[in-house]
Design a protein around this ligand. Sequence first.
Ligand SMILES: C[S@@+](CC[C@H](N)C(=O)[O-])C[C@H]1O[C@@H](n2cnc3c(N)ncnc32)[C@H](O)[C@@H]1O
Length: 326
Amino acid sequence: MFNTSNNTNNSSNNGGITSFLKLKWRTSTKYNIKPRLPNTVDDIERDWVRHNALKLAFENDFKAPIERLLQAGGSEVLDIGCGAGFWTTDMAARFPLSYFIGLDIDKNVLPTSPCGRNVLYQHMDLIELPLPFEDATFDYVFVRSMLSTMPDHLWDDVLKELIRIMKKGAYIECVEAYDNLFDTGPSMNILIELVLRSTQQPPYSPTKENSRNPWPNRLANISQLMGMRIHHTHTPVGFHGGEIGALLLEYWERMISSYRDEWIANKWIDEEELEKTIELMKEEVEEHNTYMSWYSVVARKKGYAGPVLQFDDVDDDGTVYTTTCC
Ligand SMILES: C[S@@+](CC[C@H](N)C(=O)[O-])C[C@H]1O[C@@H](n2cnc3c(N)ncnc32)[C@H](O)[C@@H]1O
């Protein structure tokens, strides 16, 4: 099946449903992909835990009103910075008649085993513009946990490019966590400070920017977009919050554990104190009902003047439920 760890020119003889995608692929001699910030196993496992927590938190994989179109089939979806493709793979399995592309700068993180005939993973750097897609290729572009992956000012050009490759009427959805945890105890505060100290400096962050222009501000400034909607969700961290809470506590423990060696080596905290702080943090999140918050912002590209689609769902007893879309 697909071995997508090569570059975009490795597109021969996959055949089948995905061959349509190759037709839209522009070859680019300008390509010079420089692997940066490779994902560690820790990163990937953490992404997996977060992916499952977010699915529960948003009660779905997405908030854009695109479900009926994806079900109907023929829609084309792009997941930028897809990582190990957890979202893309789930979506492609759930909507087998639509087509999914996940792209990531880190070729080693992309799935290489077969994930379905309607999904394709590509090694690509978002900063290397233009992206190798024709104008108006995609019905839906998904962007999750990506804000901090590149310097703030570069997003303007990348977003412009994403709008170019979206069809008129297509949706873009950006999902991100708010920076802060809320109702935290003193031990969690110490650990957050340490995480920030690590993540807000190279090599983890390409810049030292402390506050980034969040997605809603960015999307609101793009004149080709309309109908922006923001969904917020507050998610418990700790067992007080059931399954989501347990997953997000695991997420934070994994985050802490991936930086712990660096903290100890830099003498930011000694090992014994770190262990004590982690144990206290686990008690505190339950006492304080600690939580974190996420948002999903969805907007639509202007200019759709196509037909209104009608979907009929027929119940077992023959009742027909009609909904329209677009
Ligand atoms: C925090 S992970 C998010 C993964 C996935 N979107 C999710 O929600 O599970 C960020 C991903 O963005 C990728 N990335 C960072 N910079 C990139 C770039 N310039 N072009 C493409 N992918 C990039 C990283 O390799 C990583 O897999």
